[in-house]
Design a binder for this molecule. Structure first.
Ligand code: FAD
Ligand code: DHB
Length: 388
């Protein structure tokens, strides 16, 4: 078996890369470990930068996102009893779109089906061979049979726990990591959102985020221990924790109901450098993780895909310049998003070893953001997405 690009991982990075390459006439095979149902049921990111929406448009799947996605031109930021609205539009002229990762993935799978391009689900034992040679291949098991595919390039879009990053010899990669001493407990509930924009709130009890998927579906998060079992949290305990962490007028307005999903995500910052080894490229969560506070994970995956798709298309057109520039180009944007996500996380979370001084610093940072137009502009510029 042979193809031009083997894409490992059928999450948002792999699917978007597959569509961009397919439309440029580059043949791809996507290998995904899980079933399609499993991939589509993972509730994760919810905020798309305009560059991400533009990429969805570019591959012809942007219509539903433009129709059903909710444009947000600002967000509420709270600290204890205080809150203020930060206008993205005032500072940058731009907005973001609230549209779930599940929907992005669904739209991309439908487009891949319509294009007749292959995705193999349930693949096991994926091994990347010869990535540092001119003739790489990928072997795996599918439907109990061993298979091997020769290709020109391998795109490692297989998330943080995938095989791609680990294929790069330890001496050829450097990993930078910061693990935060907390996680997020998230729930989905069929209740109207507490506010028409997102609320990011710091409090004595810890962080909370109010987001949404539609007028009847809310997505809420509270800071929790990194290893907590979501099943140990009753819905009442969740609502109680959320209420205590919101500015008072929003705590009062909160409409509660049964949760339809509940999960815990640990928080970390992680970057692997470089994002290339020979003919293997790392893309999205396979190369980097940010804490979700800045809503950057999925958007960074999309910007990697933007750079890599153009580089591969140029290569098949006879120009290798962008291939050689891919890792540096992607990392330059990644590190800025890592910084922003770290900064926003540090502003609003409660750290177990925090001193009274540390808390005062957070408070002063909040006050400065509230009062300074230039601080708000810097925040807005990062939140809506730095240029590609
Ligand atoms: P993934 O979505 O991880 O996709 C990788 C795919 O590769 C998966 O489908 C996986 O099954 C497959 N795979 C893995 N190993 C193999 C293998 N060996 N062979 C074949 N296939 C393999 N971002 C936000 O902006 N906001 C959020 O609230 C948010 N919440 C998150 C919660 C969790 C629990 C996690 C893990 C991430 C969250 N993120 C969030 C980050 C965001 O979801 C990711 O940045 C985004 O999914 C990255 O897409 P990806 O395609 O690179 O990786
Ligand atoms: C959502 C998740 C985030 O991490 C974030 O910063 C904003 C929104 C969400 O799931 O809707």
């Amino acid at each position: 078996m042979e193809t031009q690009v083997v894409i490992i991982g059928g999450g948002p990075s792999g699917l978007l890369l597959g569509q961009l390459l397919h439309r440029a006439g580059v043949e791809t095979l996507i290998l995904e470990r899980r079933s399609r149902e499993h991939v589509l049921s993972r509730i994760r990111a919810g905020v798309l930068e305009r560059g991400t929406v533009a990429l969805l448009d570019e591959v012809g799947v942007g219509a539903r996102c433009r129709e059903e996605g909710i444009r947000h031109a600002g967000t509420l930021i709270g600290w204890g009893d205080e809150s203020f609205r930060l206008s993205f539009r005032e500072a940058t002229g731009h907005a973001v779109t609230v549209y779930g990762q599940t929907e992005v993935t669904r739209d991309l799978y439908e487009a891949r089906d319509a294009a007749g391009a292959p995705v193999l689900h349930g693949v096991d034992d994926v091994v990347i061979e010869g990535a540092d040679t001119d003739a790489p291949s990928v072997s795996f098991r599918h439907e109990a049979r061993p298979r091997r595919v020769r290709c020109a390039f391998v795109a490692g879009c297989d998330g943080f726990h995938g095989v791609s990053r680990r294929t790069i010899p330890e001496g050829r990669r450097t990993e930078h990591e910061k693990v935060y001493p907390f996680g997020w407990l998230g729930i989905l509930s069929e209740t109207p959102p507490v506010h028409d924009e997102l609320i990011y709130s710091g409090s004595e009890k810890g962080f909370a985020l109010c987001s949404m998927r539609s007028t009847g579906l809310s997505r809420y998060y509270v800071q929790c221990g990194a290893e907590e079992d979501p099943a140990a949290w009753s819905d009442d305990a969740f609502w109680d924790a959320l209420r205590r962490r919101l500015p008072p007028e929003h705590a009062e307005a909160l409409v509660t109901g049964p949760s339809v999903e509940k999960s815990v995500a640990p928080l970390r910052s992680f970057v692997c450098e470089p994002m290339r080894w020979g003919r293997l490229f790392l893309v999205g969560d396979a190369a980097h993780i940010v804490p979700p506070t800045g809503a950057k994970g999925l958007n960074l995956a999309a910007s990697d895909v933007h750079y890599l798709s153009r580089a591969l298309i140029d290569h098949f057109g006879g120009d290798d310049g962008a291939i050689d520039a891919y890792s540096n180009r992607a990392l330059a944007r990644v590190w800025k998003a890592v910084r922003f996500s770290w900064w926003f996380t540090s502003l609003l979370h409660r750290y177990p070893d925090q001193s009274a001084f540390d808390r005062r610093m957070q408070r002063a940072e909040f006050a400065f953001l509230k009062e300074s137009a230039s601080a708000r502009a810097a925040m807005a510029e990062n939140y809506v997405g730095l240029p590609l």
